[in-house]
Design a protein around this ligand. Sequence first.
Ligand SMILES: [Zn+2]
Length: 379
Amino acid sequence: MKPSNDIPAGSHGMPCPLCGGDRVKVRYVISNSRIVFCPDCTLMRLAEQPTQDELLAVYNDEYFTNKQFFAGGLYGYVDYISERINKQKEYADLFASVNKVLREQAGPGGETALSGQDDGKRTWLDVGCGLGYLLDAAVDHGFCSEGIEFNQWAVGECRKRYAFPVHCGSVEDVVPQLGQKKYDVVSLLDVIEHVPDPFLTLQIVRGLLKPGGVLVIVTQDSLSWTSRLIGSRLEDFRRVREHLFFFSRDSLERSLSKAGMTTVVERYCGHTFEVNLVLRRVLYQRHRKLYDFMAQAIDFVGLGGLKVPLNPQVKFLSISTSGPTAVKRSSDRYWGPLDEILWIAVAAPVAVFWTFSTICREFPESIIGRLTRVLADML
Ligand SMILES: [Zn+2]
């Protein structure tokens, strides 16, 4: 007898869109939505995909400043604009990795990817560019920027602030407007999980790359230890109004390979979090009293605004290329469970030391800062 959580293909569920397998099983149930898992290729997806109208209702004018976020409206961003400063480290690491791959692909003669069309500059197309922060940083790194964004309000804001072109719509809508133009870099940061047909999107963006150009993707690793441990309580899984597909490193690599791309870099990427906001996200809805207590305690010691760079191994960066010299680096492959335990053993003391020294430096009047001075005087 089949277990009750099986969804036979052809009834409620469709065969897996990546591998065609029909052994999909329910992995998580969140509100009324079911996330199903394909054991053959590890792809996860919403069993019941939203309609176009439901998606349009999510990507509204308030998507980037969602005032209902903590009241149960789990989509979009609480305050995307104030998060800009928190992305700087993430972007610096990203540009370093992309430039390295572009140099490798260009080869000794600097051919292909480095032969720009726009005054010799390399071109960067960001699909789902939001308020254009990445593209603005790309200009500073010597790229000629261009964006595609589905949200009309965000497109308007980009056009007010920046000189680079931003097209409104999905990548499928916008491609005809781009003509024959090809790019050195196409990026989809926190985007691939939102699109209704990610496999079609990958094929389209592959066609937008110059020979040797690179595709940059950041998305959740649905099978990382953090994702498995936190499971259906993880915000990335709970965003069922907008997250339609959940890739693992394996299923993304397989999807890219199907689109003719070779993955050359694959690693976890972190983010800089404000302490207050992390607390609010983790505790506010289910443990309101604990949240109130912690928030007051943190304010009392003067650390509410502290920003901490964290890499909880939820999201990963994938850089792929269709270039002739693309070689998958084995050292960038999976970490096993032992690596993860060792990583925590090393990272935890470093994080504690870093946090402590930052508090002393940035918040000398906080309790920890004062205590340190007292101890230093005594010694
Ligand atoms: Zn599958």
